[in-house]
Design a protein around this ligand. Structure first.
Ligand code: NAD
Length: 484
C-alpha cells in the first residue's frame, strides 16, 4: 500500500508513528496510508513555516509574484500527476478532476497578478501638517484547514492569496483525503516554491488540526468544512485572538418561476445537485418551485436523473461517481431513511438504484411533499438528494429560500429581470445566481452568511484577507507645544 508522510521544510519527512488508512470509495478498499500527526509534528511544521515567513515577507511583492508565477508554470505542466491520488481518495469523476486541475494554475497566476499591484495607500486626513498612509502587512504563519470534497481547488483559494500577501502556510487536509495535497506540496517545491512556505501535516482535526490552531505561532486561520468543525476551530482560535475565515456548509435553494426557460432551469438544477454527486458546498438541495410548474419540472428532472450513468470515477463515461467515504455514505443513507420516516414522498431512491454496487454509492434521490419542519429541508446532506416544495407567490418563495440556518448560495429562474433583481437583493446568501448556477472565478468573492460562515475568499479583496493594515503618520511641520 502506498504511504505518504508529512511534507515539511521542502521534503517528505520520515515517519514511524501511527497511520490512518485512506479508502478508495469506488472499491471500498484501503489504497494508501497517511501519518496521524500530533502536537510535536504541528510544532515542527509551524516553526519551519515561521522561519520561511521571515525570508518570504522580506521579498518585494513583485519578487513574490514572480515566484507564484513560477509555481503556476510548474502546476500547468505537472498537474496530471495529482489526478490519480485525488480520485482514489474522494472518488470524484476523472473528467471533473481533470477540468479542475487543468485550470489550477490560473488561481495562482491571478493572485500573483494582484500581489504585483499591492502598495501602501495614502489617506485623506483632516489633521494639518501630516501625511497619513496605510501599509499592509502579512500576518505570519497562516493555518489552512481543508475538507475532502475538492482538496486542491479549495487549497488554491487559500494558498495563492495567502502567499501573495507574504504569509507562509501550514495545511491540514482532511484525514479522509490528504494524498493530493501532499503530492501538490512536493510539486510546488520542485517548481521553486521555497522550503517551509507550504508545509503539510496530516491526521485528525481534533488532534493535529487543533494543535495547529492553538499553536502560539498561528496568526490567522482559514477553514473550509462543516459548520460544527468551523465553530470548534473558531472557538479555539478566539482564545488566542487569532482571526478566522470560515467557509462552511449550505442548504441552497433554487427558486423556479413558471415563466422560466425550462431547459435552462432543468440543466441548472441538475448541475446544482447531482454534479460531484451533491458533494459541493453550493449544492442546490432545496427546489422551491411555483406550484403551477411543479409537475412538469419534476417529471423533467426525474427523467434526466434516472438516466444518469453511475459508476467508476476513472471511466470517462461515468456521470455520477461514488460518495467520498464510508462515514459519509452512512450519513447520507441515514438522512434518506429519516426523510421517508418524516413523511416526505420519495420519487427517486438512490439507495435502491445502487443496492448491488460495490463501493460507496448512493444515486440521485428526489423527495416531494417536503415540509419546513423536516430534517431533509433543514440539514445539509452533502449528497445527491433534492427536496422539493412549492410556492404560490414571490413573497412565499423568498420566505422559503430564507427559511434556513445557512446562507451560502441560491439560484433564481425567471424570465422577469425585475423580479430576478428584486429577489437577488432579498435573499440571505453569499452568492445568488440568476438564470445560471455554480460558476466560480478568482475575480468574484465566495463565502456565506449565517451558518455558512464569514469572511470571503477570492474576489478583489482576497489578498487583503491575509493582510493587516498599519497606519503610518508622518509629521511635516513643527509639533506644537501641548502645554503652552
Ligand atoms: P469537516 O468539518 O468534518 O472537516 C473539515 C476539516 O476540518 C478537516 O480537515 C478536519 O480534519 C478539520 N477539523 C475538524 N475538526 C477540527 C478541529 N476541532 N480543529 C481543527 N481542524 C478540525 O468537514 P468535511 O466533512 O471534511 O467537509 C464537508 C463540509 O465542508 C460540508 O459541510 C461542506 O458544505 C463544507 N464545504 C464548504 C465549502 C465552502 O466554500 N463554503 C467548500 C467545500 C466544502
Amino acid at each position: 500500500m502506498k504511504a505518504f508522510t508529512p511534507f515539511v521544510d521542502g521534503r517528505f519527512v520520515p515517519w514511524n508513528g501511527p497511520v490512518i488508512e485512506s479508502v478508495d470509495p469506488a472499491t471500498g478498499e484501503a489504497w494508501c496510508k497517511i501519518a496521524r500527526c500530533g502536537e510535536d509534528d504541528a510544532d515542527r511544521a509551524m516553526r519551519s513555516a515561521r522561519a520561511a515567513f521571515g525570508r518570504w515577507s522580506r521579498l518585494s511583492a513583485s519578487d513574490r509574484a514572480d515566484k507564484l508565477d513560477q509555481l503556476a508554470d510548474g502546476i500547468e505542466t505537472g498537474w496530471e500527476e495529482l489526478v490519480g491520488p485525488e480520485i482514489r481518495d474522494n472518488g470524484k469523476r476523472i473528467s471533473e478532476i481533470r477540468g479542475q486541475f487543468a485550470g489550477l494554475h490560473c488561481w495562482y497566476r491571478h493572485f500573483a497578478g494582484q500581489a504585483r499591484h499591492m502598495r501602501a495607500e495614502k489617506q485623506d486626513v483632516s489633521v494639518p501638517g501630516v501625511q497619513c498612509a496605510t501599509h499592509f502587512l502579512p500576518y505570519g504563519v497562516v493555518v489552512a484547514i481543508t475538507p475532502w470534497n475538492s482538496p486542491l481547488m479549495i487549497l488554491a483559494w487559500k494558498l495563492a492569496p495567502a502567499l501573495a500577501a507574504g504569509n507562509s502556510v501550514v495545511v491540514k487536509p482532511s484525514e479522509l483525503a490528504s494524498a493530493s495535497t501532499l503530492q501538490f506540496a512536493s510539486l510546488a517545491h520542485a517548481a521553486g516554491l521555497p522550503s517551509g512556505l507550504l508545509n503539510v501535516v496530516t491526521g485528525y482535526g481534533h488532534e493535529v488540526g487543533n494543535a495547529l490552531v492553538r499553536h502560539p505561532l498561528a496568526r490567522k486561520v482559514t477553514f473550509t468544512g462543516s459548520d460544527s468543525g468551523g465553530a470548534r476551530v473558531a472557538e479555539a482560535a478566539a482564545k488566542r485572538v487569532v482571526p478566522t475565515t470560515l467557509e462552511l456548509g449550505g442548504k441552497s435553494p433554487q427558486l423556479v418561476f413558471a415563466d422560466c426557460d425550462l431547459d435552462n432551469a432543468v440543466n441548472g438544477i441538475l448541475s446544482g445537485i447531482f454534479l460531484s454527486n451533491g458533494q459541493t458546498c453550493v449544492a442546490g438541495s432545496r427546489l422551491v418551485v411555483e406550484a403551477s410548474l411543479k409537475d412538469t419540472l419534476t417529471e423533467r428532472i426525474l427523467d434526466r436523473a434516472r438516466r444518469l450513468k453511475m459508476g467508476d470515477p476513472v471511466d470517462p463515461a461515468t456521470q455520477v461517481g461514488p460518495l467520498a467515504n464510508a462515514p459519509h455514505l452512512e450519513k447520507v443513507r441515514a438522512m434518506i431513511t429519516q426523510a421517508k420516516a418524516d413523511g416526505a414522498r420519495c420519487l427517486l431512491d438512490g439507495t435502491e438504484s445502487t443496492r448491488d454496487m460495490t463501493g460507496f454509492f448512493v444515486g440521485p434521490t428526489v423527495f416531494d411533499l417536503v415540509t419546513r419542519d423536516m430534517a431533509i429541508w433543514r440539514d445539509e446532506v452533502f449528497g445527491p438528494v433534492l427536496a422539493i416544495s412549492t410556492f404560490e407567490s414571490e413573497e412565499d418563495a423568498i420566505a422559503q429560500a430564507n427559511d434556513s440556518a445557512y446562507g451560502l448560495a441560491a439560484g433564481v429562474w425567471t424570465a422577469d429581470p425585475d423580479r430576478a433583481a428584486r429577489i437577488a437583493d432579498l435573499i440571505e446568501a453569499g452568492t445568488v445566481y440568476l438564470n445560471h448556477y455554480r460558476s466560480v472565478d478568482p475575480g468574484s468573492p465566495v463565502g456565506g452568511v449565517k451558518l455558512s460562515g464569514y469572511g470571503r475568499e477570492l474576489g478583489p479583496h482576497a489578498v487583503r484577507e491575509f493582510l493587516q493594515g498599519k497606519s503610518v503618520w508622518t509629521g511635516l511641520q513643527a509639533v506644537p507645544d501641548p502645554f503652552p
